[in-house]
Design a protein around this ligand. Sequence first.
Ligand code: SAH
Length: 356
Amino acid sequence: MSSTETKTTLVGLSKTQLRAWVSESLGEPAYRGTQLARWIYEKAVADFNAMSDLPAALRARLSEVAIVSPNTISLTQRSKDGTVKCLLRLADGNEVECVLLPYEERVSVCLSTQVGCAMGCRFCATAQGGYTRNLTADEIVDQLLHLQRLSERRISHVVLMGMGEPLLNLENVIVALHLMHDEVGISYRRMTVSTVGIVPKIYALAEYDLPITLAISLHAPDDETRARIMPVNRKWGVDVLIQAARDYFEKTKRRITFEYLLLRGVNDTPHHAEQLAAKLKGVPCLVNLIPFNYVPTPDDFQRPEALRVRRFREILETAGVETTQRVERGHDIDAACGQLRGKHRGKPLPLALQAR
Ligand code: SAH
């Protein structure tokens, strides 16, 4: 057994829990826990020796009994546009993707919530690897902390759009959102949770009444098309999903984002756009169009031509539906969902990483 296995992991503990831990386990004054929380979450420091306002003896003791995080970055890819995509290797050897997206006016991160995914969306690379397990709250937050270490600027926005279905891991996701708000200091208004459309969990999320943004991956205006690309639609169809979005707005007063992935010849015709506009009439929402990020799939999906995308957008806007288009990032580094892990999987890890 390596020595790290007996050490206490600190990431995931709140300030209050860290205060209790330092006094109960180390016999130190509680304010040392507050200092630790600041280093771990606000400054994203994982090395006790760098925690300069702690006495040297305490830093040494901490190194003996605790680690900030047992997870390590096993692969980093930097795009010319500034996007950094990472694989985080978890203590049990599983790997998840997370992405740093620096823009002029903000720095976003895209985080995973599960190892793999059980939803089986036909166009998604993560789906092809199947589902392994939920991430813990600390594994979700730790992705952000690792990405913060790679960014000179402070992370301002969080989207849960990496691997997995956040609403099927709701309890841990809520704890992670609380930690990112309370300890890291990110406003709820700058957090987005994206779902495939697990209707009962949308109602459950609404009960927490957090001012986060809910994004719903709609991707089609009718059940037939949607069920073809998203098996989850057989359980909750388009109409109950849109009703859930309306109810979510009524409860939280937060406008819904509908994600709409455009697949050539599948859901990108003017007729689909008209149907979508009709369905969303009167729903307080924004539609975000996402041209398909190519990944090899059994259906061999392709992205539509730019003209098709423009026409789709025009129809929505003419009908009064506010529409944006996802800015494409990191094309040169496999930034499409699930691609990186897909490529990395099966290759042996460098020995230095295996040993940790
Ligand atoms: N399970 C959640 C969040 C993770 S997926 C959800 O479904 O919303 C994040 C977003 O990426 C979803 O809108 C998903 O449909 C989309 N997506 C998946 N594969 C994609 C691809 N190849 N190209 C573009 N977007 C994709």
